[in-house]
Design a protein around this ligand. Sequence first.
Ligand code: FES
Length: 470
Amino acid sequence: MVGKRQARVGRFDVAAALAARALPGAMTPLIEQARLDAKMILERASGRAPSPLIGEQAEPAPLREVDLLSILPRAFVEKLRSAERDVRMLTGRLILGKNPSPLIERSRPAAGAVVSLPRKTPAMTRPLKVTDVIRETDDAVSIYLTEADGSALEFRPGQFLSVDVIIDGERCRRAYSLASACMAGTPRHITVKRIANGRVSNHLNDTIRVGDELAVLGPSGNFTVEPRPVNERHLVMIAGGSGITPIMSILETILRLEDRSRVTLIYGNRSWKDVIFRDRLAALRDEVGDRLIVDHVLEHAPEDWSGGRGLLTRDVLEGRLDALGIQDDGLQRYFLCGPTPMMQAAHEALQARGVAANRVAEERFTRPEEREGAKGSSEAELVMISRCGHEHGIQVEPGQTILEAALAAGIDMPFSCAMGGCGACRVRLTSGDVRMEEPNCLSRAELEQRYVLTCVGRPHAQSSILVEGA
Ligand code: FES
């Protein structure tokens, strides 16, 4: 049996489709008949009428499915559709608060392009301009950034940038959260706290200057909220040290854009002089009043300190939640960001109060040297990548991630942060053995379904992966 194929859309089809959309529905059958008659007459006149001896005849597209742009040049239509997507995303972001931006996606290397290994060239990053550098504490610096053309960075509150720097000839990548409120006209900045032996944090604290360029990927990350002015909610946040950065972005955005929402922050630090955004939090509190409660907890508190004391252990956290009178109402959402022991303690304290895990969001960052496992095979391994109905075979060298090898082979793979934090590079492992650095952002359920992250995944045997939705 020979199937029917669909005829090319021509000017008659487009004119008829326009007429059908403009005129009352009762006229559609007449317009359809006129279209078919006109096409037949035209084809006969030009000698292109289908022969009755040919079994396969082209069917005209149904009138309601005729693409009005189909008679325009393809390149022009592509540009038009791309512009339409941008307008839709921008209006969605501005009016409805939706994201993410397709503009970020387009910074990926094009399919077929040969990309150097990231270790050599950060080909997938883009440069941002450093417009200001402000010291927050002795150990923390805020770096204000714009896009290279001076426009504001688009992001969602709580997201992070993956910063790429070359130190002593070696390329290093770290994630730093944007700590600004996510509002038009608010300067965007990351805040970097110096950590002992932290190569990138020390490098940035010591060397970054106004006018420099910073190579970044992103923003990325799902530790975020969608502000809506109609909301009336209570967010409870627990932060330790530099874990305040995404929390600051979320809480300030919410308090400024949701007039009836409130935030309680429990914020742990070593001492008063280590408290990042101390003045900014106090000023915000003056501005929004009781809608913001900040509970500072100090490990080394002065004698006359009346707030919480100690590390944010489970006991201390339970004590602070009680002291603040926080009763879980079954609706509150909780946001955690800080050192791993603090996060563990916070989870335990919340669980003990009956808070469901799906109301607790967390952000974890670890330095590469703190990550465990996944050095990969000691030999090159073949990885088959199924994408858009095509199969590509790549050799992944020892030490390389699948993403690095795929990009080097010119395969257009999805990714964003390139450090296991956003999930953009998630693929399904259909056979073989791929191991990942820990921690990463995959949930237990995703791991059970054999999802892997190509940016921190290395094969331990010949493997096959499927890029879904591509
Ligand atoms: S690119 Fe973000 S997790 Fe892999």
